[in-house]
Ligand binder design. Structure first.
Ligand SMILES: [Zn+2]
Length: 295
């Protein structure tokens, strides 16, 4: 029995440091079912989904969304993940079947699958211009890349720990991570203690595998530092695709293109990249929708 994925938020009592920590095993398991990820890609996509959910939980308004766009030149191709403000997340990689031999450390070679390139973070606030930040991919191991992004693009010192452990059938055994941030005016004296705690933690996915909750992991990170829990929320792999959205996109095609489809008599099939749901439309349906729109 797989527990729901959960995310816990907390802050030091003096407001210096905030942390969000999640057990994303169920989310990564769902992604594995949808995308049939290889072992390496279970880890690569799993880490991206985890951190996107963590970043999503830091958004303020219920219409806000955040998109992680990892554009590497490795065999995985581009990886895209999107989260809402409650940490519900969806994602895909261009090639989810990439399998590589373990890296020099004997770990799943996520960095090799991702390659080098750029990491883009897009915050969409429902209306107006989205905020876009870009930084170079450092190692492709995702956690390092996110820390680098926050340091260079948002000047926020951040520790990002992410981990996914896979079973022999490539499905995830345990997945999760945390994002810890020093807030403006933070008490620098806390840093050595936090560094010490984080170093002695070991791997987050190992902690989750042996049954530790996000709240317990936060307790370990803040060992010796007074802190308060903010809340604990359920998070899930959630796709937001709708037949109508695809229809609207098709309606915006040129009249000539639509006419060609109608004369072919073949239906148009679209497929959601996040959940593989298929939507089928006839040319007549698109044409009728276009006429309705012009009224
Ligand atoms: Zn979908």
């Amino acid at each position: 029995m797989i527990k729901n994925s959960t995310l816990t938020r907390a802050m030091t009592e003096d407001g210096s440091v905030r942390i969000v920590c999640a057990d994303t095993t169920a989310i990564v398991r769902r992604a594995h079912e949808i995308h049939k990820t290889s072992k390496t890609m279970t880890a690569a996509l799993g880490r991206c989904l985890t951190v996107t959910s963590l970043m999503g939980s830091l958004l303020k308004d219920d219409t806000d969304t955040i998109t992680l766009q990892l554009k590497g030149d490795g065999p995985a191709g581009t990886i895209i993940c999107v989260s809402d403000y409650k940490g519900n997340v969806r994602g895909y990689a261009e090639d989810c079947s990439v399998e590589l031999p373990p890296n020099d450390l004997g770990k799943l070679d996520v960095g090799g699958a991702v390659g080098s390139g750029s990491l883009g973070i897009i915050r969409d606030f429902g209306s107006g211009e989205p905020y876009v930040g870009i930084s170079p991919i450092v190692t492709g191991e995702i956690g390092d890349d996110i820390s680098e992004y926050y340091a260079t693009s948002e000047q926020t010192p951040t520790v990002c720990a992410l981990g996914v452990r896979a079973n022999t059938d490539n499905s995830p055994k345990a997945a999760g991570g945390f994002l810890l941030q020093l807030l403006p005016g933070a008490d620098e004296a806390l840093i050595p203690q936090i560094e010490k705690n984080v170093t002695s933690l070991g791997s987050v996915s190992k902690l989750i595998e042996v049954g530790h909750t996000p709240a317990e992991i936060i307790e370990m990170v803040f060992e010796g530092i007074p802190f308060d829990y903010f809340d604990e929320i359920d998070i899930a792999y959630t796709c937001t695709c709708e037949r109508d959205k695809y229809k609207r996109a098709l309606v915006s095609m040129s009249e000539a293109d639509i006419a060609e489809i109608v004369s072919d008599g073949k239906p148009i099939e679209t497929e959601c990249r996040f959940c593989h749901q298929k939507y089928v439309f006839t040319g007549e349906e698109i044409l009728a929708a276009r006429k309705d729109m012009k009224k």
